[in-house]
Design a protein around this ligand. Sequence first.
Ligand SMILES: *Cc1c(COP(=O)(O)O)cnc(C)c1O
Length: 356
Amino acid sequence: MKYEFPVTRTTNPKAKPDPNNLPFGKFFTDHMFIIEYDEGQGWHDGRIVPYAPVELDPAAVVFHYGQEMFEGLKAYRTVSGGVQLFRPDMNAKRTNNTNDRLCIPAVDEEMYVEAVKQIVKVDADWIPDKKDTSLYIRPFIIATEPTLGIHVSRSYKFIIILSPSGPYYANGLEPTKLYVEDKYVRATAGGTGEAKCGGNYAASLKAQVVAAEAGYDQILWLDGVERKYVEEVGTSNAFFVIGDEVVTAPLEGTILPGITRNSCIQVLKDNGYKVSERRMSIDEVVEAYNKGMFNEMFASGTAAIISPVGTLKYKDTVMSINGGKIGPVAQFLYDTIYGIQTGAVEDTYGWTVPVE
Ligand SMILES: *Cc1c(COP(=O)(O)O)cnc(C)c1O
């Protein structure tokens, strides 16, 4: 093995959370992976250590200018008791795309996947095995150089933490209520919309708070120029079933290229669905609704996999989709993708990577 990271085991293991009542992202395992970057030295001293707070100089670049990126993937306990990852090479590749946009030095993609595998192996007894649970993996990179002048940091920390998690939405596959945001925008072409970085989220919180106050779970973003074309949903990509066409926004720099999105498109195409990656205006959605052709809507992302949408509100129009229930396309995708992830459905794509 090219990468073998030294492990310092905790002397103080934590109690495991109740597997029957697991929230998303609140509990963390006993260990974490960390590797540092320094100009002239590159990435160095990768290691697995007890989970602990990180000490940073108050002048660290990340605190002032937000030079930061993150990823999200999961380890699943399979039906036969093994442990596997889902397309981790795609996360490694996307990390480097994000890094490039934020002037963070590239990481070796093979090292990245090895680091994920090794930290998951160390904390494998934290992987829950109840239905709809998994071990959420959060790799992230922060700029650590303690200098205030605005510039590209010359030092970084890349850390991986793990969180045993239940369904992203407490109600599982219960359809969500979405609010179409027509005031605030998330991204415009040329910005950082296709980078997975904290800055995008900081800028989206205000709209999320306003939507929550109005009784909605999440936002459906429109394009940042005309506020006309549907883009994505909070933390996930958006799919619409209009008649027999499954539509999702194209990758033109403003949305995050979701790995779940990519997997959904592949699975749908291979099963004879008509899938279009195209611009679609919110007016077209409303028109389809009025004609009785807006059959389904769902969001796709690692955290929830597939999250059906039951209600969509745009200005004064409140659309109830598929009677507020999960539709057949969303159910099929959830069963197929979650099935592949957990080994219940045969992986004909080579998407799964065993950890042990
Ligand atoms: C992470 C993320 C997604 C989903 O990507 P996956 O790879 O499917 O998890 C979608 N939109 C945004 C804004 C994201 O940050």
